[in-house]
Ligand binder design. Structure first.
Ligand SMILES: Cc1cc2nc3c(=O)[nH]c(=O)nc-3n(C[C@H](O)[C@H](O)[C@H](O)COP(=O)(O)OP(=O)(O)OC[C@H]3O[C@@H](n4cnc5c(N)ncnc54)[C@H](O)[C@@H]3O)c2cc1C
Length: 587
């Protein structure tokens, strides 16, 4: 089983040293969130993840969730752990105190999300969708519905799901068939089949609140005729108590490559009672509230899995002896593999990506908070624009890089990585879903180049690049070596953006074929921006903690020398266009 120590030190570094952001500081509701409080929370979070949840990863993989006589049973240990998890209040961390939440900012809950993803992604998914459902209901439902459902979801006694996918529609939700028929009491009868539903049924909570996309008979076809419904597993009585079973049954659960502890269900809705959330035919945009926040959390899943893969690779590399290094001093026997240049390169590649991603995510969490709560509408909107630009980037790049990192972790472990003993291959398998669900990474890239880049006639991306440029200009002399480098790649990204915008007018296939490359270029530059912020502190505060800061500076140097150049490679690859791709005859 892999070991795991939560990176509380690095998280506290970000919270204390990168926190200073003018717009974020103006959010009064977080004035009282002190470093001491956050440290206490993260230390408690580390304990539950390291001690209670980490062992569930192996048990869930070996004893997947099962469907027995129509009832879904979670793997051994899940029920007890979930009970402790909700008793300790982890489901309520970032929820509104009005509904029983603790009101912590996303900067803190994102750290918790990362730890939980490192410990066990399967276990995490049972509460993750509940927070997604909480966000969606909180944004779009009536007060009556909010008061009835949110306190129990926040407490963790009821959980949530997101029901979009059907046998004929995954990416293309316009094809959706599930029907919603209005009743005289303004409720709806929902009928249809949903597949691949995470935590669609299980034995951890008293009730499950499904958020279901469905179409009324008089609604238009395509995405413009989809509405959103709350459909509980058990009908909730007027007084909030649990009533009769609703018309929902579990057809089967999927047998999967990874995240085997998570129950992925086929759900059949047969005249199930549902309540409309938000406006008729506007369900997709309401569901996007859930999906957008969820997509950032999926990016964080990739980060968390990368972290545990790195930690175990590092300790293995320090223990395993094989071969001699070029400058070996040992007379007999072999050297530790951590002394081989290629293993060192691989480890630094992982570390420089992970720490940069964590810092970028911290910045994005701040922007998310500003976008939700800043009193000035203009500032709020500007932050929302950045969040919306970066959402596909974080979702896709972090999860794709987690594939690279978990694969490299297996490579460092050699044959012991491929066999089950060390638990490394499980990280690779568990992560493999992250580039697929919540909108595949290709679809995220298309969203970026076709929608996000043209947002406000290109003003958002231009402002984002300008912001990075101006922050780079005013830096400490020592940071300037790095910012000069970053400026070079900003120039490339600007050219790349212009190329995409020009091609968008004349050859859309060129843009589609370049979408993944563009997303990656923007992602690598954004991570470098996060590294510049870290470097600024590291050089300024160097003497206060030389060991910690020289580690940061040297890791940043690796990122700028060896990882950031990928941004240029993606540009060069993209501008070769798509004519050969589109004209190629596949036999
Ligand atoms: C373990 C697991 C958990 C899941 N959990 C949930 C859940 O809780 N709720 C839920 O509703 N769904 C869930 N899903 C479904 C998941 O979100 C979908 O599988 C995913 O969105 C892709 O849809 P699809 O499988 O139908 O693939 P398709 O949409 O058929 O896509 C197949 C391929 O075509 C590509 N493609 C499709 N359209 C385009 C396009 N326009 N341009 C370029 N490329 C395109 C895709 O990128 C992909 O590579 C889950 C799936 C799994 C496996």
């Amino acid at each position: 089983m892999p070991s795991y120590t939560a990176p509380v030190k690095d998280m506290m570094f970000l919270f204390e040293k990168l926190r200073d952001n003018k717009n974020y500081n103006e959010l009064e509701k977080y004035n009282e969130v002190s470093s001491d409080l956050v440290k206490d929370i993260l230390e408690e979070a580390a304990k539950i993840n390291q001690n209670l949840i980490l062992p569930l990863a192996k048990s869930g993989d070996e004893n997947p969730a099962v469907l027995e006589n129509g009832v879904v049973r979670t793997p051994p240990g899940y029920k007890e752990a979930y009970q402790k998890y909700i008793e300790d209040g982890w489901t309520s961390l970032s929820c509104d105190p009005k509904y029983g939440g603790q009101g912590m900012p996303k900067t803190v809950s994102a750290f918790f999300d990362e730890m939980l993803s490192s410990a066990s992604l399967s276990f995490k998914l049972y509460s993750e969708l509940s927070i997604g459902a909480y966000n969606c209901i909180n944004h779009h439902a009536s007060d009556e519905i909010k008061n009835k459902y949110l306190p129990k979801i926040v407490e963790g006694k009821w959980s949530g799901t997101m029901c979009l996918t059907e046998p004929v529609c995954g990416t293309d939700l316009g094809l959706l068939k599930t029907k919603a028929i209005k009743q005289s009491d303004n409720t709806y009868k929902i009928s249809g089949q949903k597949i691949f539903i995470t935590s669609g049924d299980h034995d951890l909570t008293e009730n499950i609140i499904h958020l279901v996309l469905a179409r009324s008979p008089d609604s238009p076809s395509g995405t413009k005729g989809i509405s959103l419904f709350l459909v509980p597993k058990y009908i909730v009585n007027q007084d909030g108590s649990i009533g009769p079973r609703n018309g929902i049954s579990t057809g089967s659960i999927e047998s999967k490559m990874g995240i085997k502890g998570s129950a992925t269900c086929v759900l059949n809705f047969d005249d199930a009672t549902g309540y409309m959330i938000g406006n008729k035919d506007k369900g997709l945009s309401a569901m996007f509230t859930m999906m957008n926040l969820e997509r950032i959390v999926v990016g964080i899943q990739g980060l968390g899995i990368s972290e545990i893969a790195y930690q175990n690779s590092l300790s293995y590399a320090k223990e395993r002896k094989q071969g001699k290094t070029n400058n070996s001093k040992s007379n007999n026997g072999a050297d530790f593999i951590i002394d081989h240049a290629d293993i060192r390169r691989t480890l630094l590649n992982m570390k420089s990506i992970i720490e940069g991603e964590r810092a970028l995510c911290f910045w994005l969490s701040q922007q998310t908070e500003v976008s939700l709560y800043h009193p000035d509408e203009k500032i709020k909107q500007a932050a929302l624009d950045y969040v919306s630009l970066m959402t596909p980037v974080v979702k896709s790049l972090f999860t794709d890089l987690a594939m690279e990192i978990t694969s490299d972790a297996m490579q460092i472990h050699g044959g012991y990585g491929y066999t089950k003993d060390q638990g490394i291959e499980q990280l690779y398998r568990d992560n493999r879903i992250t580039p697929i669900y919540e909108g595949t990474n290709s679809v995220q890239a298309a969203d970026l180049v076709f929608r996000k880049l043209s947002n406000k006639k290109g003003d958002v991306i231009n402002k984002f690049l300008e912001m990075i440029k101006s922050e780079c200009e005013s830096k400490n002399e020592k940071v300037k070596t790095f910012s000069k480098e970053l400026n070079h790649y900003l120039g490339i990204l600007s050219k790349f953006t212009d190329w995409i915008n020009d091609k968008n007018k004349i050859e859309k296939d060129d843009v589609s074929a370049a979408a993944n490359d563009y997303l990656k270029s923007l992602g690598y530059v954004s991570i470098a921006y996060a590294w510049i912020k870290i470097l600024e502190v590291s050089f300024n505060d160097f003497n206060t903690n030389k060991e910690f800061y020289s580690d940061k500076i040297n890791t940043a140097k690796f990122y700028f020398d060896k990882v950031l150049p990928r941004a240029e490679y993606h540009y060069k690859s993209a501008i070769s266009g798509s004519s050969n791709i589109m004209n190629f005859k596949f036999n």
